[in-house]
Write a new protein. Structure first.
Length: 359
C-alpha cells in the first residue's frame, strides 16, 4: 500500500526518509559493484617485482586500474621499502624466494598468471637459473596458472654449437652461460604443459647507469662507449619497457600463448648510440669498437660471458636483431621509448668521469 501523508510537513518528512533510504541503497549497490570489480581482476604474480623487469610490470598494472588485472608482488623482503611502496599503491605483497619451491607454490596460488624471471648476475650460475626456472614451471602447473610469461633468452648453442671455435666454450658446456641456461629452461614450461609466452628481451640501456657500461675516458682523454659489436646493431630497450610489454602480452589473452616473442626499443650500432650520446649530453662521445677477445679479457666478473654474448649478437645479427622489431614491441606497449627518449630522461643518472667530460 502506498504511504499517504496528511500534511505538507509530513509529506516532506516522508520524502526525506525515502531519499535517505534510496541513497543508502545506492551506496550499498555501489560498494557491491566495486567488490565484484576487484574480485574479477586477474591476479598476476610477479617474480622479481622489486627489480627492473618485474617492477615495470607491477607499475604498468597499477597504472591501469580499470585494465582488469591486479598485481601480486613477490619479494624476499615484504618489509622492504619497494614492497611497502607497492603495497601503498594497491598491490598485494607476498614473501617468496625462487630458491624455495614451496614459497613459489603458495605465492602463485589463486593467481591467473605469473611473470617469471631469474637472476643470473646474483650468482653467475646457469645451473641455479635452470633449477629456479624449473621450480617456477612446476609451481605454475601445480596452481593451474592460465598464462605465464617466462623471461628467457636464446640458447646461443643452437646457432653457435660448442664445436664452433669462433668463441670459446665456457664452463665446459656453454657459449653464453647467462643466455644458454635461460633458453635451455624453456622446456620446463612446455614439458609441464604450462600455457606460456616465451619473452626474449634485449640489452637494457639502464646498463649505462647501473652496470658500469656508461661512457669512459679513453687514452685520448675522450669519452667513449665500448662494445665488441663492429658495425652491427645492438637491440636495446629501457628496462621499464620490458614490464610494459609483458603487460601488453597479458592483455592480449590467448594471442601469444605458446609463442615466442622478442622485444626491443631500438636496434642501433655502437656508432649510432655514440651519436645520440653526443647529441643529448652535448659533448663528444665516441664508439670504441674492440674485438670480442679484448672484451673477454677485461677481467671483470662475467667479462667472458658478456664478450661471447656481444659476439653472438654481432655474428648472428640477422637472427638476433632480425627477431627484435621495435614496431612489434610498440604494438604491445604504445609508450615504448627510443634510445633518444630514454637518454633524454636519464642523462643525469649516467655516471660520467667529469675530467673526461670536460676534456
Ligand atoms: N641487464 C641486461 O641488459 C639484461 C637484459 C636482458 C635480460 N637480463 C636478465 O634479467 C635478469 C634479471 O632481471 P632484472 O634485471 O629484472 O633483475 P633485478 O633488477 O636485478 O631485480 C632482481 C629482483 O628480484 C628479486 N630476487 C632476487 N633474487 C631472488 C630470489 N632468489 N627469489 C625471489 N626474488 C629474488 C629481488 O627482489 P627482493 O630482494 O625484493 O626479493 C630483486 O629486486 C637476469 O637474469 C639477466 O640475465 C638482463
Amino acid at each position: 500500500m502506498a504511504a499517504s501523508f496528511q500534511s505538507t510537513d509530513e509529506q516532506s518528512d516522508g520524502l526525506r526518509a525515502m531519499m535517505t533510504l534510496r541513497r543508502r541503497f545506492e551506496t550499498h549497490a555501489e560498494k557491491n559493484k566495486r567488490k565484484v570489480t576487484v574480485s574479477d581482476r586477474k591476479v598476476i604474480a610477479v617474480v622479481g617485482a622489486t627489480g627492473a623487469q618485474g617492477g615495470g610490470l607491477v607499475r604498468a598494472i597499477l597504472d591501469d586500474p580499470n585494465g582488469g588485472f591486479a598485481a601480486r608482488v613477490l619479494t624476499r623482503d615484504a618489509g622492504g621499502a619497494k614492497a611497502k611502496d607497492f603495497a601503498r599503491l594497491g598491490a598485494e605483497v607476498v614473501t617468496a624466494d625462487v630458491d624455495n619451491p614451496e614459497s613459489l607454490t603458495k605465492a602463485f596460488e589463486g593467481a591467473y598468471g605469473a611473470f617469471c624471471v631469474t637472476f643470473f648476475w646474483a650468482h653467475f650460475s646457469p645451473e641455479k637459473e635452470m633449477a629456479e626456472a624449473q621450480a617456477m614451471a612446476v609451481a605454475a602447473k601445480a596452481t593451474g596458472l592460465r598464462h605465464v610469461i617466462w623471461s628467457t633468452m636464446e640458447d646461443t648453442r643452437q646457432w653457435a654449437p660448442l664445436s664452433d671455435n669462433r668463441m670459446p666454450t665456457l664452463r665446459g658446456k656453454y657459449k653464453v652461460p647467462h643466455c644458454d641456461g635461460k633458453g635451455e629452461s624453456n622446456h620446463f614450461f612446455t614439458d609441464a604443459g604450462v600455457p606460456t609466452t616465451f619473452l626474449l628481451t634485449s640489452f637494457y640501456w639502464d646498463n649505462f647507469i647501473h652496470f658500469g657500461m656508461g661512457p669512459k675516458r679513453g687514452p685520448d682523454g675522450k669519452l667513449a662507449i665500448t662494445f665488441p659489436m663492429g658495425d652491427k646493431k645492438l637491440p636495446g630497450i629501457a628496462a621499464e619497457d620490458i614490464g610494459k610489454c609483458a603487460y601488453g602480452i597479458f592483455k592480449k589473452g590467448d594471442e601469444f600463448m605458446g609463442k615466442t616473442v622478442a622485444i626491443s626499443g631500438e636496434n642501433l650500432t655502437g656508432a649510432q648510440m655514440a651519436a645520440v650520446f653526443t647529441e643529448i649530453l652535448g659533448r663528444e662521445v665516441r664508439y670504441n669498437n674492440v674485438s670480442p677477445e679484448a672484451y673477454r679479457g677485461f677481467g671483470f666478473p662475467g667479462a667472458d660471458d658478456l664478450g661471447n654474448m656481444f659476439q653472438f649478437k654481432r655474428d648472428f645479427e640477422d637472427h638476433y636483431s632480425g627477431a627484435r622489431n621495435p614496431d612489434f614491441a610498440r604494438s604491445l606497449n604504445p609508450s615504448l621509448q627510443s634510445f633518444r627518449m630514454w637518454l633524454t630522461q636519464n642523462k643525469n643518472a649516467i655516471p660520467l668521469d667529469e675530467a673526461a667530460a670536460n676534456a
